[in-house]
Design a protein around this ligand. Sequence first.
Ligand SMILES: Nc1nc2c(ncn2[C@@H]2O[C@H](COP(=O)(O)OP(=O)(O)OP(=O)(O)O)[C@@H](O)[C@H]2O)c(=O)[nH]1
Ligand SMILES: [Mg+2]
Length: 419
Amino acid sequence: MERVITVTVRFSHGADDGWTVDDSAREMAELTANTGVELVDNIICLRDRPTASLLIGSGKAEELALICAAENVDTVIFNKDLTGTQQRNLEDIIGKRVIDRTQLILDIFARHAASGEGKAQVELAQLEYMLPRLAGRGKLLSRPGGGIGTSGPGETKLETDRRRIRKRIDSLKRDLRDLNSHRQLLRKKRKEQELPLVALVGYTNAGKSTLLNALCNAGQKVQNALFTTLDPLSKSLQLPCGENVVLTDTVGFLHDLPHNLIEAFKATLEETAHADLLVHVIDCSHHLAYEHASSVRQVLEQIGAQDIPVVTALNKLDLLEDKSWLAALQADMPRPVAISAKLGTNLDKLLSEIEKEFKGRMTRVELLIPHSRMHLLDQFYRHGRVESVEYLAEGVMVRGNLPSVEAKRMQDACSERGQ
Ligand SMILES: Nc1nc2c(ncn2[C@@H]2O[C@H](COP(=O)(O)OP(=O)(O)OP(=O)(O)O)[C@@H](O)[C@H]2O)c(=O)[nH]1
Ligand SMILES: [Mg+2]
């Protein structure tokens, strides 16, 4: 098993948004968990400011070299992003592979990507991360088929690698654009059917997939791990008023989510940006709940979803002991509902809060469906909420609620026959 140590660096210069160094160290441990490595140690390094050549001081780097030799470590993971130069210099001193948090996150994404689109998005993010860091790494990247003799006169190995990577990046972008136009088509279809979209958003591991499963019986994979979900999954959900909405679960957010990743996942995240309502799932038992929420808001801004109405689901209520903490969160978050997705607590309250957003869209109708048009009864059940059905000589009298557009369509269909 690969043995790793994480290095959590904290600079006294620069904002850290309420995170303590221990919080950052814990996050590094959570990120490495479930990646199949053995976490040997977590080294904390406090400094005034970063150094250009090593990020940390050379004394500390040498100390790391000794620890790595003694502990037989294979890889050292830094919690701060490293430049190509810093990474190379650190590897020279420490004598082991050195990666940073972004590479670690990209690795986790690569492990969890299941769909073709997910895989392409991750590969794109990885290559874009790699490209500016190529200098001096030509040897490491060389692959069969691309060696000396295949490139034009005067070209170095590095340039070939660069060119190959750029080509691959272009082709991935093309593939993703195609997939995106398919997604746009689906979105258009949904719009035509007037189905509102409700998107579950939140910090990774907050319980979004658990909530989707609880509300829609979705069978979405749930795990106590970061970034379990990468591919968006949509399920239809009928609200108590009868309105049908589409509920989507998608990739979770993290503070300082690598920029490349957000870029590469733009298409997936766009689903969120097109939602009519966001349900912001927060793990209210986490002591960083506020920090998590503000990271989520930052990502929402980055993808242009900051103006969509939000209902807050304060999840994992069953794990929360301090009720005053809950009261504070309820006072500070928009339209809060405290729930436990796992135990199914207060899901009805959450649904009625969601429903407020769409209630105006439903109309009460009384419809006499002729015998020859019985499929309309089926449609009524599918699109709305039926209150009563009465069998009469001239047809079936249905009373209930329908989305306004649907009501009009059905009334037209019924009266066509009558003329
Ligand atoms: N105790 C408790 N645990 C919960 C609750 N909701 C979710 N969990 C647990 O929290 C962990 C993460 O749940 P997920 O539903 O996978 O979280 P997610 O937000 O989809 O996470 P990612 O897809 O990884 O971003 C799992 O171990 C769940 O069982 C809850 O209400 N109470
Ligand atoms: Mg999930």
